[in-house]
Design a binder for this molecule. Sequence first.
Ligand SMILES: Nc1nc2c(c(=O)[nH]1)N[C@H]1C(S)=C(S)[C@@H](COP(=O)(O)O)O[C@H]1N2
Ligand SMILES: [Mo]
Length: 212
Amino acid sequence: MKPLSDRRTFLKLLVSSTTLLALGRLGADQLAPLLHAPKGLTPFSSWYVVQIGGTPNVNLSNYVLTVDGEVENPLQLTYEEILSMPSVQVKDTIQCVSDPYFLRAEVVWTGVPLSYILQMAKPSPSAIKVLSYSADGYTADLPIWKAMEPDTVLAYMADGKPLPQVHGYPVRLAVPRWWGYTYAKWVTRLYVTSQNVLGYWESLGYADVARK
Ligand SMILES: Nc1nc2c(c(=O)[nH]1)N[C@H]1C(S)=C(S)[C@@H](COP(=O)(O)O)O[C@H]1N2
Ligand SMILES: [Mo]
């Protein structure tokens, strides 16, 4: 996988990796002030970014999430409608398969269980996959059994705040215990199908059952 399509991201990663390595040699006394560094410095815990291209700017005024394919009841959901649905909070580690040591972050997601949205749409009994489409052209697939697990969520908050734009605003998937490439950002469509479709990285040979 070549996740570092963006040179700036690469440099940022180099910087944070170096910071981590340097911190590794410091004692707890020296570490404390760094962990409480004033705003404006790159925080120790800064969250990595991995994506195939640029960051799309999704405009809420014309945003809808389409849920379609082999469903009895196709949906067109606005951001407001998603926010008004029953929500859960899930503590999770998002982790990229290409560098699971450095490219990882602890996050508490707030979002709607994907099962809730799928049940509203009523998948056909023959459906086996959900393929997500994103505003940057990315796709990722989930077997329907994984999409239906109670902690697979369509997330709209991370650590109690709306998702940052680079991390998928307005909504992204969070798929605990699976690799980061299933956590589609900027999701615009969920397509339910009885075909064994593969997403972007899955079709390039990465595990379709992306269990860590
Ligand atoms: N739309 C979109 N979603 C995506 C990707 C992408 O390129 N486009 N990359 C995936 C990969 S490979 C990883 S590891 C995670 C990284 O999420 P983050 O950038 O929020 O840390 O996003 C996933 N979701
Ligand atoms: Mo990744």
